[in-house]
Design a protein around this ligand. Structure first.
Ligand code: ME8
Length: 687
């Protein structure tokens, strides 16, 4: 039977900076969904890539003194670039598109021409605002406090001859799509789009630029480049072969089943994208899912704020799977979530080390200790348990509810077996329901219900007590351990999309072969061969020492921050001019340090007793203790401004100010007192 197709995409990322944990979140989520669909037997096409054109890239390249192509090549294919990151994170994309790929460029030109020929793209003049970092056009009324409504940064005036797309023509159809179908989810995003963008009136969209060149040239009008979002959005179709010979599976996979995108680009995907597809008479994607942001200290991560979290650092420290798991387990996919290193370590320790890791290591250790690694024949599912399995299988088939009631005498251990097994037999369906609603965090909750139940089952059955009398309890002990292996296997199958590598190791440890790692077998209790060889291997999820790890992370993050900081930063020069007479009113003199001591209770202040040539000592306080020890300054000749009004600091008077040179080096403030030739007498005037 031919497999059902499933086409899923991530946004294509701007290689204007190295990617951070927010991008990783989006890609890992898409990967987990793609892997889940493959597990279910779908023929999946998973596309990701990079969106390499636009003014922002052109400007960044210029700053770096390289060509735009060299600039993006470095970030996409260079060491620790985008491709390296997805490899490290075990992303299973089937295809990777770069919008600078020739086949894509040619296809975008044809697409642009087709919409132009249809009359949906026309020439006009653009006058408005442009946010370069977001590559977004805005009207005056859309600005918030005169700034970009998406990122809050300043916008620039953009005035140029441009082509426009008749977005307004498609407003009603797009509105209908959003309001009356499940095209856009979560639903909260629909209200946002309709209320903020469609109902106030959709204006035609500027779709070409002439003020820079880094883009797809409009082939019938040299000087114009296609607006980067038009170029970018069509990647989802050119990567399948639309208008190019590079690929040939457009008919197989288009329309996409889902585009996974971050909330700030929902507008492009749910309004502009369907409108352009309508113009092209192409089928619309079935769904756009707008996920939330990972925030840091309540705000969006951004390179310019210097608060990005490096996925390389975290995966090197805690392992790729632990990071993947954390991202999916902790943050509800449709909402924003606050990232913190503490939360990451807490999740690793609670869910992975204490809960899942404990189940695996205790179970495999006990099979080893009590049975030499192989359970005896007859320890597998009982006839009653097989019956239970069939009841649930039939209910799934007929889509009906199972209603069974049991009445176990107090202390009957079969009660524990039945509770464990019924939890397990319901898990896959509940998991599936959540995954199909794009709620991976809730899907994981379902798996952890079984893992928690299994850990409780260990305590209820106390295998160590059963082992004291193997003669009498050996069969029960073996059955208890078999049930634990089964619970581990079933959980492992559903955790595989999230932690592919660790789950492979988990299966190896419990002796689960390929035939019992499948989606079908995730709903079959008793499928694990009872005489399988179990080995207690490496600890799959080691516990993390929170305090130590936080300290190490802080150091590593500080070092990484320093590495990207400019080596030397200088205060900008003042542009406001002072007239000569005003300047001459400042009296700078050579002063000699007679005594110097730290001011009590102050970490910063040093108190100087200075010879200023007048015959009377001058006292100046200066906040420079971070850079100088008092004894090192005695006898030095410095420069002071002596006609500032006296002021009190920490209860002591300061008459003047010592002059220093300041700059910032790798983010650290540096200060040097101005020291002059000792041959210069105290009191000499500087002019
Ligand atoms: O938008 N938390 O590229 P991009 C969660 N080139 N997601 C985040 C995030 C965070 N802190 N920061 C970024 C673009 N993202 C376009 C896409 S598609 C045709 C073109 C997500 O590199 C962001 O929400 O700026 C977006 O979905 C994705 O990373 C790419 O962002």
């Amino acid at each position: 039977m031919e497999k059902k197709k499933f086409y899923i995409t991530t946004p294509i990322y701007y290689p204007s900076d190295k990617l951070h944990i927010g991008h990783t979140y989006c890609t890992v989520a898409t990967d987990a969904i793609a892997r889940y669909k493959r597990l279910k037997g779908f023929d999946v096409m998973f596309l990701t890539g990079t969106d390499e054109h636009g003014q922002k890239i052109e400007e960044k390249a210029e700053e770096a003194g390289v060509t735009p192509q060299q600039f993006v090549d470095n970030i996409v294919t260079g060491e620790r670039g985008v491709k390296d990151l997805w490899k490290l994170m075990n992303i299973s994309n089937d295809r990777f598109i770069r919008t600078t790929d020739e086949y894509h460029v040619g296809a975008v030109q044809k697409i642009f021409k087709k919409m132009y020929d249809k009359g949906d793209i026309y020439k006009g003049a653009y006058a408005g605002k442009y946010c370069t970092p977001c590559e977004s056009f805005w009207t005056e009324s859309q600005l918030v406090d005169g700034k970009c409504p998406d990122c809050g940064r300043p916008v620039v005036d953009a005035q140029e001859e441009a082509y426009f797309f008749r977005l307004s023509k498609y407003a009603d159809r797009v509105r209908d799509l959003l309001v009356n179908t499940d095209f856009l989810e979560p639903k909260s995003r629909v209200h946002e789009m309709v209320n903020n963008f469609i109902d106030p009136g959709l204006e035609d969209l500027c779709v070409s630029r002439t003020s820079f060149t880094w883009g797809v040239p409009v082939d019938f009008d040299p000087g114009h480049v296609v607006y980067v979002w038009v170029d970018a959005l069509f990647n989802y179709t050119t990567a399948l072969g639309l208008f190019n010979d590079k690929y040939d599976d457009y008919d197989e996979y288009w329309p996409a089943d889902v585009h996974i995108v971050g909330k700030e680009i929902v507008r492009f995907h749910s309004i502009i994208w369907p409108a352009m597809l309508m113009s092209m008479d192409m089928p619309l994607p079935k769904k756009v899912f707008g996920h939330g942001w990972l925030l840091l200290d309540g705000g969006k991560m951004s390179k310019s704020k210097g608060n990005v979290v490096d996925p390389y650092l975290l995966s090197e420290k805690f392992g790729v799977d632990a990071l993947r798991f954390f991202l999916m387990r902790t943050f509800p996919f449709g909402s924003d979530g606050n990232f913190s290193n503490e939360l990451l370590i807490q999740t690793i320790n609670t869910d992975l080390a204490n809960t899942l890791g404990n189940l695996v290591s205790r179970t495999t250790a006990m099979v080893g200790k009590y049975f030499g690694g192989t359970l005896p024949a007859g320890s597998g599912a009982t006839e009653d348990e097989k019956y239970l399995n069939d009841v649930y299988a039939q209910a799934r088939e007929s889509q009906s509810e199972v209603s069974l009631s049991f009445n176990f005498p107090e202390g009957d251990p079969v009660k524990y077996d039945v509770e464990l097994i019924t939890t397990a037999l319901q898990m896959r369906e509940k998991f599936e329901e959540q995954m199909e609603s794009y709620a991976p965090h809730k899907a994981l909750d379902e798996v952890f219900k079984l893992i928690d139940r299994a850990n409780k089952y260990i305590d209820e059955n106390a295998p160590w007590a059963l082992a004291k009398d193997v003669e009498a309890n050996g069969a029960r002990l073996a059955h208890v351990l078999y049930n634990l292996l089964e619970a581990t296997r079933l959980s492992g199958i559903l955790l595989t999309p999230f932690m592919p590598e660790s789950c492979g190791k988990l299966f190896d440890q419990i002796g689960a072969g390929e035939d019992v790692r499948t989606w079908d077998s995730a709903a079959q209790w008793g499928a694990l061969h009872e005489s399988t060889a179990v080995t207690k291997g490496e600890n799959l999820f080691p516990r993390v020492d929170m305090e130590k790890a936080l300290e190490e992370l802080e150091q590593a993050e500080a070092a990484a921050r320093k590495a990207v900081l400019p080596p030397i930063e200088l205060e900008p020069q003042l542009t406001e001019q002072v007239d000569f007479d005003t300047f001459c009113k400042s009296d700078f003199r050579a002063v000699k340090v007679k005594a110097c001591e730290a001011v009590k209770k102050s970490a910063k202040l040093l108190k100087f007793t200075l010879d200023d040539g007048t015959g009377t000592d001058r006292q100046i306080l200066s906040g420079i203790h971070a850079w100088y020890e008092p004894e090192d300054l005695i006898g030095k000749t410095l420069v002071a401004i002596v006609n500032l009004p006296p002021r009190k600091m920490m209860g002591q008077e300061s008459c003047g100010m010592l002059i220093s040179a300041v700059h910032t080096e790798k983010g650290e403030e540096k200060l040097h007192l101005l020291m002059i030739d000792d041959a210069i007498p105290a009191g000499a005037k500087m002019c």
